[in-house]
Design a protein around this ligand. Sequence first.
Ligand code: GCO
Ligand code: MG
Length: 407
Amino acid sequence: MSKHDTIVAADVLVTSPGRNFVTLKITTGEGLVGWGDATLNGRELAVASYLRDHVAPLLVGRDPARIEDTWQYLYRGVYWRRGPVTMTAIGAVDLALWDIKGKTTGQPVYQLLGGAVRDRVLTYTHATGWDVPQLLDSVDTQRERGFLAVRAQMGVPGLDTVYGVTREAAGYEPAGRGTAPAEEVWDTAAYLRHAPGALAAVRDHVGPDLHLLHDSHHRLTPNEAARLGRALEDVDLFWLEDVTPAENQEVLRHVRRHTTTPLAIGEVFNTVWECQSLITEQLIDYVRTCVTHAGGISSLRRIAALADVWQVRLGPHGPSDVSPVALAASLHVGLATPNFAIQEYMGYEPLVHEVFRHDWSYADGYLSTGDSPGLGVDVDEDLAARFPYERAYLPVARRRDGSMTDW
Ligand code: GCO
Ligand code: MG
């Protein structure tokens, strides 16, 4: 092998094996291939274009070993920095380059990050029920599958659709195919009347040991969030997620003053700077930044390092729109990062596991990576090509008076 390998191609694959995924493939002159996830739910083609039209031409000819320099080049070298499209694109490049470094050295990525600090990564999955009996059944199903941590989302009387809740047997999938987003009606007062009792019923049903989580999905005002956190204190949540939109981060001080329910925020953040004051003011307990949308392994490790100083732990985003490539990357970070607490794992339809063949696996409430060099994921390009992109959007939400609110 020559001293410096070079990148000879950066190709973008858009595939829809049941849902859309954007995947970056970087190829080197030595014939190594690195994979990165570039999926941004409902805005997939923007990242595909950003990569194809603006980033790929810059990568060809570069040394794939220079991961940090490439990160800095794509971040600082763009006057219009940050934002989900840019950072997801940078994240995909970063993942692919770590994958290549693993393959060059014959090591799984977690070894290159300093080696394992734990044997496996605790994970949580989703339970969903339109009413409380259905929710309890769903929680039981996940317990039978061995999960030690479960996120519980419930229907709200009077509302036909609620974030995180499905009426079908299949798992919840927020993005809907079609030419426009689904419109949902949201009523915070009805949710606040119902949620504490429903979550208390789940706690009564499961006993003290199961870790319970709940996602308010950015819908509450600071005072509503404070009230909910207080009302849930006896439920002993592992975390209460995204209580407010968190664009105005100062409001979290009010929430924090009124409740000790642990808070988790950050799945829509794209850089360490958006997490900075929430971490350094200890306004959250868990930071939820995703390995793709927050700029890759290199960037997630910087967030983890800052968080560690303030005893904030990582609980990265991992729904069905984060591909098995990104899940692998998150697990490598999880194995090698002391303050990594838990990984979300919603699971995938069987076809997704066929397109993205991976050596990570789930057992007994934990996720583990294998020891293949790199990220341990291979993409079946022929199979992927059989499922072209299908337009899909996340829903939008309106209040009962018709005005838009946060989904
Ligand atoms: C979660 C998230 C997701 C998002 C989805 C949007 O906690 O898993 O809130 O369900 O809504 O990833 O694309
Ligand atoms: Mg969430």
